[in-house]
Design a protein around this ligand. Structure first.
Ligand code: FAM
Length: 429
């Protein structure tokens, strides 16, 4: 892994140098103002964190380095991890080396299966995924080295080492959870195979791995969800936890617990359920008017329309567009995809005038479509969809935290104030 380690080292050194210049040249420069609206509004829009793995442009969506989605949608998750953590795509040799390294590290320890199999069958797959990762925390190399005493300059190396060990095991862990909950607990072994991350996941889930388009969907799934800059609930949570020098297992598990919320990653499960409810009510080929009525009734009941809106994006999510392209090419006749399209026809107009124009972004996000594609290929247990999202998002957590440790970023600790303080302060303005 020397090449990867050397490239991460060089990236960290170059970022550290740039940040040192910025710090020395502009120590008191003002980036923005903090308003009452900011602190009462979930800190929305406040620029208060540096993240170099990726960037979300409100009008163009996700960028990784200078690549936008059409530039990297055909890559593998291994290439994407390399890109996130080093800032450039790997050469053929570097990619092969990373794939074989993940393959070597991919076995989940037996005690994790004992733990997961002892849990109630009603446990949500995301809870199991998070617990499975926590159960491997004892293996953290960072934790062991830190206990013995290591210089701060080495923190990133062991965060990267832990990251490689963790990412490698995610396909087996996630697929095992799917099999425990939905396939009578019969795990599929691939120890003789030399599979990459997406191939391992597809094989172990038990779907026809000779169906190239399902394997390709899994690959695309693991690529499109990988990272979305630093301020979203899951990435930020994982950054906060890791900033206390809690190791990557603790940080990834914490981030995934945030991803498991319905306003964040769980929205993909909720979306599929939403479409299922439309089909239950109107049949598998609802009219546009029926879809419109269903959406209006949902809003009237005080619920949100899952898969629509975003805290940063102000256009249709390019990840949605990428999945739609896949759907049009591979399963355009799927009733679920057809209903996704009908929702796309009616929801933005409805949301634009909803609550007096209060919805900042009426356009679909990634979760509006991703589940319908999995459903088409027979993955009908939609409680599992956020785990698929999570496997991918851990790539981003790992890359962000490796770089943050390399830059010696301090423990994250914003200041909170009381309402009394706020009232007093504002009175004096
Ligand atoms: N349906 C109904 N109302 C919505 C809405 C939607 N899809 N999106 C926003 N609003 C409402 C929102 O609830 C808020 O109302 P109140 O002030 O009365 O509470 C108002 O519009 C203003 O919200 P905003 O500024 O437009 O959005 P936020 O930045 O506060 O929230 C989301 C962003 C994503 C949480 C919000 O759009 C939402 O709840 N969407 C549905 C759930 C969803 O799809 N989540 C997944 C997001 C995704 F990209 C991801 O993380 N994976």
């Amino acid at each position: 892994m020397e090449k990867l380690i050397e490239k991460v080292k060089r990236r960290i050194e170059s970022l550290a140098q740039e940040l040192e210049h910025i710090y020395n040249d502009y120590p008191e420069a003002v980036i923005g103002e903090i308003t009452v609206k900011n602190i009462l509004g979930g800190m929305r829009g406040m620029k208060s964190l540096v993240c170099n793995t990726s960037y979300v442009d409100p009008y163009k969506g996700l960028f990784i380095s200078d690549l936008e989605i059409p530039d990297f949608e055909d890559k593998s998750p291994e290439e994407i991890f390399f890109l996130l953590v080093t800032g450039s795509l790997p050469s053929v040799d570097e990619l092969n080396e990373l794939k074989s390294e993940f393959n070597k590290r991919s076995r989940v320890p037996q005690h994790v299966w004992t733990t997961l199999k002892s849990m109630s069958q009603t446990t949500h797959p995301m809870t199991m995924f998070s617990i499975g990762i926590l159960a491997m925390e004892g293996e953290s190399v960072f934790k062991q080295k830190y206990a013995r005493g290591i210089p701060k300059s080495d923190y990133w190396k062991y965060t990267l080492e832990d990251s490689l060990n963790l990412i490698a095991k995610l396909p087996e862990l996630a697929a095992g959870i799917y099999r425990i909950l939905f396939m009578n607990g019969e795990l599929i072994d691939t120890s003789d195979e030399k599979l990459d991350l997406a191939g391992n996941l597809t094989y172990r889930l038990g779907f026809n791995r000779h169906n190239p388009s399902f394997a390709d969907l899994n690959r695309l799934y693991l690529v499109l969800h990988c990272d979305h800059e630093g301020g979203n609930v899951s990435a930020f949570t994982s950054r906060v936890v890791n900033s206390a020098l809690s190791n990557i297992y603790l940080a990834a598990s914490a981030g995934l617990n945030g991803l498991a919320g319905p306003l964040h990653g769980l929205a993909n499960q909720v979306c599929l359920n939403f479409i299922t409810c439309i089909h239950d009510q109107f049949g598998n080929n609802p009219t546009v008017d029926q879809v419109r009525d269903f959406v209006t009734a949902t809003l009237d009941a005080g619920k949100v329309i899952p898969g629509y809106g975003h805290a940063v994006l102000r256009v249709t999510d390019p990840r949605f567009t990428s999945f739609m392209k896949f759907g049009d090419a591979h399963c355009s006749d799927s009733p679920y995809l057809q209903t996704v399209k009908k929702l796309f026809q009616v929801v933005p107009d409805i949301l634009r005038s909803y609550k007096g124009g209060k919805v900042a972004n009426p356009w679909p996000n990634v979760d509006a479509i991703s589940g319908s594609l999995l459903y088409h290929y027979g993955m009908t247990h939609y409680e599992f969809y956020t785990v698929m999202f999570g496997i991918s998002r851990v790539l981003g957590f790992c890359a962000q935290n490796t770089i943050a440790r390399g830059l010696h970023q301090p423990i994250i600790r914003p200041k909170s104030v009381t309402t009394a303080w706020l009232k007093e302060y504002l009175k004096k303005q």
